[in-house]
Design a protein around this ligand. Structure first.
Ligand code: ZN
Length: 341
């Protein structure tokens, strides 16, 4: 076994403990990655609080990270020690179902292996995430980190970024599209930047006018109140992570518009009659497959897009989690794992 160090949560506590952890010896198609930066995602909080199931042995969160390859298995051809890489929310899948064949391993019919709290398909061990100094990952699920992307600010692309990218690409968002973003956090702020770069006209939806300057800074044309009497959007990216009423958002959609609920409020009601009036859709998705993830990284490199981040040494992980819980971050915390050496 390889030995490294990580931050582990036991019980439902956000006070993570620094613990020694083991990583598997490299298989033929594995990379060992020194984790340099790992984003702090809302689903880490959900997992720590036990809302999405939790391994009894303790949880090492973290599923959007960048780092450096330190060793490669015997059959690896695409990576070499020293390469910069990025890893997201999925580290394996069945590889043979229709979803995997389409490059949508995130929807693998046999269940994708998630980066932490998942079950390794070969040895049955529980996966442990990127709040640690080393991760061992199958090469298929590591991505070259393009030159020019800052590794700390690029880490959140791997979960927050891809989660808003896939629905925009699926709907063909581009010049002339009217896109609105609800919730200006980790996902939302990347939604604004990416939609603007795709050529859409972007509006931020908000309950309060105090986000107007932030919205403009990110490239949005306007800030509109959620209860405004407009109905013109082709797509509303709903990135709000807490339970909320979808009806006011559906009311803002134009003909055949789509409300894409990606903040994963764990329970939510869909008012069907309201959809009928305008042939509107409500959809949802989570993270992304290899095809769109590679495409997103290339797009971000081409357009100079990364997340707006606040980088903290990993020893301050509890502060990051408690401030994230209060919404006190612009717009994503990223842990610097160098202090685990
Ligand atoms: Zn995430």
């Amino acid at each position: 076994m390889r030995r490294t160090t990580g931050w582990q949560s036991t019980g439902n506590s956000t006070a993570l403990e620094r613990v020694p952890i083991e990583r598997r010896e490299l298989r033929a198609d594995d990379l060992a990655v020194r984790v340099d930066h790992c984003g702090v995602c809302h689903s880490d909080l959900h997992a720590i609080h036990g809302l999405t199931g939790k391994p009894a042995a303790g949880l090492v969160p973290g599923h959007e990270f960048t780092g450096t390859v330190t060793a490669a298995g015997a059959s690896v051809t695409g990576f070499a020690p020293g390469d910069r890489v990025a890893v997201g929310t999925i580290v394996d899948s069945c590889g043979s179902c229709a979803m995997c064949a389409a490059g949508q391993e995130n929807f693998c019919y046999q269940g994708a292996t998630v980066t932490y709290g998942g079950t390794d398909r070969v040895d049955g061990t529980t996966t442990r995430g990127g709040y640690s100094r080393e991760y061992v990952v199958r090469d298929k699920f590591a991505y070259p980190l393009p030159e020019g992307l800052d590794p700390a600010a690029a880490a959140p692309l791997m979960c927050a970024g891809i989660t808003v990218w896939e629905p925009m690409r699926a709907l063909g968002i581009g010049p002339g599209s009217q896109v609105a973003v609800a919730g200006l956090g980790g996902l939302g702020h990347l939604g604004v930047k990416l939609a603007v770069a795709l050529g859409a006209e972007v509006t931020v939806l908000s309950r309060t006018p105090d986000k107007a300057a932030d919205a403009r800074e990110l490239g949005a044309k306007a800030l509109v109140a959620v209860d405004a009497a407009v109905d013109r959007f082709d797509l509303i990216l709903d990135t709000i992570a807490v339970p909320h009423d979808l009806a006011p958002l559906i009311g803002l959609l134009g003909l055949e518009g789509t409300l894409s609920v990606v903040g994963l409020p764990l329970e939510t009601k869909v008012p069907l009659m309201q959809l009928a009036y305008g042939r509107k859709s409500v959809s949802s998705s989570g993270t992304g497959g290899t095809k769109h993830t590679a495409e997103l990284l290339a797009f971000c490199a081409g357009h100079g897009i990364t997340a707006d981040v606040e980088v903290l040494p990993s020893s301050r992980v509890e502060e990051a989690l408690t401030r994230l819980e209060k919404g006190d971050v612009r717009y994503r915390f990223v842990l610097d794992l160098a202090d685990l050496d």
